[in-house]
Design a protein around this ligand. Structure first.
Ligand code: NAD
Length: 294
C-alpha cells in the first residue's frame, strides 16, 4: 500500500493559501499547525462557538511556545494572523488547497465537499481528513475527482508527525504532489497510501480498539489496561487514547470499518465503546470519557 512520497514532490504546484472546513479537534489543530509553519489558512465552521474553540486552542498552543521562549509575543501575534476564521465561503476563490475536517459522516462530508467544490477555482485541491471513509466513495459526487485525495492527520496534530496522503482511483499526480508538499511545509512526514476504508494506520488501530472493548466487556478495569499498555512501552493506553480521539468519532469510524471489512470488524450487539458514546461520555471534548477532565 505504500508508495514513496518523494517522487511526487517535483510536480508540486505552490500551496500558498489554504483553508480548513471544521474548527473542531482536528480542524483547529490543522489551522494551528499551518499558521505556525507560515502558511495562511481560512478556518471555516458552521458554528460560532466552534470557531471560538478552535481559536482558543490555537492561542493556547502558541502561548506554550511563548512560555518556552520559542516565540516572542510579537511573533505569536503575527502567526495568529495566519488563521482567518470565517462562517462563509466568501474568500475561497483563491485558495490552493482545502482540507475538509468536518464530522465523520459520509452524508455530511458529501454535502460539504460538493458545496466547497462550487466555491473554489478549478485548480484547487480538495483533501479530506476522514479517518476511515474511502476516498473513491467520497469522490463519487465530485465534478473534479482528479483534484481530490485524502490528507489524514493524527491527533493531536501539532505532536503527531505522520500524515497519510490517500490516492483515489481518479486522483491526479498533481493533487498528490500538492498535498505531499503542504504536509512537508507543515513539518509533517507524509506517506502516500492507496485507498480503502481505514487506509493504513486505522486498519491497525481499530482492531486494537475492538480488542480493548472485548476486554472491558469481559470485566477488565480500563485503568489497569492503560497502565499495562504504558508499561508495554506505548505512550498512552487505549482508554486515554479513545478520550483524545472522541467516542463519537471512534464509533462512526468503526461503523465505516465494519461496513468495509464485515468479516473482521462487524460485531453482534453493542461494544463497550458504543455504550460510552450513548451515555454521552465523549472524552476530552466534553470533559468526560473514561477519565474526567477539567
Ligand atoms: P469534531 O467533532 O471535533 O469537529 C467537527 C467540526 O466540524 C465541528 O466543529 C462542527 O461544527 C464542524 N462542522 C460540521 N458540519 C460542518 C460544515 N458543514 N461546514 C463546516 N464545519 C462543519 O471532530 P474531529 O475529531 O475534529 O474530526 C473531524 C474529522 O477528522 C473526522 O472526519 C474525523 O474522522 C477525522 N479525524 C479525527 C481524529 C481524531 O482523533 N479525533 C483523527 C484523525 C482524523
Amino acid at each position: 500500500v505504500k508508495k514513496k512520497a518523494g517522487k511526487y514532490e517535483k510536480q508540486a504546484q505552490p500551496v500558498k493559501q489554504t483553508a480548513v472546513l471544521g474548527a473542531g479537534i482536528m480542524g483547529g489543530g490543522i489551522a494551528y499547525q499551518s499558521a505556525s509553519k507560515g502558511t495562511p489558512i481560512l478556518m471555516k465552521d458552521i458554528k460560532d462557538e466552534a470557531i471560538e474553540l478552535g481559536l482558543k486552542e490555537a492561542r493556547k498552543l502558541f502561548g506554550k511556545q511563548v512560555e518556552r521562549k520559542k516565540l516572542t509575543n510579537e511573533q505569536m501575534a503575527e502567526k495568529l494572523t495566519n488563521i482567518r476564521p470565517t462562517l462563509s465561503y466568501g474568500d475561497f476563490g483563491n485558495v490552493d488547497l482545502v482540507v475538509e475536517a468536518v464530522v465523520e459522516n459520509p452524508k455530511v462530508k458529501d454535502a460539504v465537499l460538493t458545496e466547497v467544490e462550487g466555491m473554489v477555482s478549478e485548480n484547487t485541491i480538495l483533501a479530506s481528513n476522514t479517518s476511515t471513509i474511502s476516498i473513491n466513495r467520497l469522490a463519487q459526487n465530485l465534478k473534479r475527482p482528479e483534484n481530490f485525495c485524502g490528507m489524514h492527520f493524527f491527533n493531536p496534530v501539532h505532536r503527531m508527525p505522520l500524515v497519510e496522503v490517500i490516492r483515489g482511483e481518479k486522483t491526479s499526480d498533481v493533487a498528490v504532489a500538492a498535498t505531499v508538499a503542504y504536509a512537508r511545509a507543515m513539518g509533517k512526514t507524509p506517506i502516500v497510501v492507496n485507498d480503502c476504508p481505514g487506509f493504513l494506520v486505522n486498519r491497525v488501530l481499530f482492531p486494537y480498539f475492538g480488542g480493548f472493548s472485548f476486554l472491558l466487556e469481559q470485566g477488565a478495569d480500563f485503568q489497569r489496561v492503560d497502565k499495562v499498555m504504558e508499561k508495554f512501552g506505548w505512550p498512552m493506553g487505549p482508554a486515554y487514547l479513545l478520550d483524545v480521539v472522541g467516542m463519537d468519532t471512534a464509533v462512526h469510524a468503526n461503523e465505516v470499518m465494519a461496513e468495509g471489512f464485515p468479516d473482521r470488524m462487524a460485531r453482534e450487539g453493542k461494544t463497550a465503546i458504543q455504550v460510552m458514546y450513548e451515555n454521552e461520555r465523549l472524552g476530552q471534548k466534553n470533559a468526560k470519557g473514561f477519565y474526567a477532565y477539567e
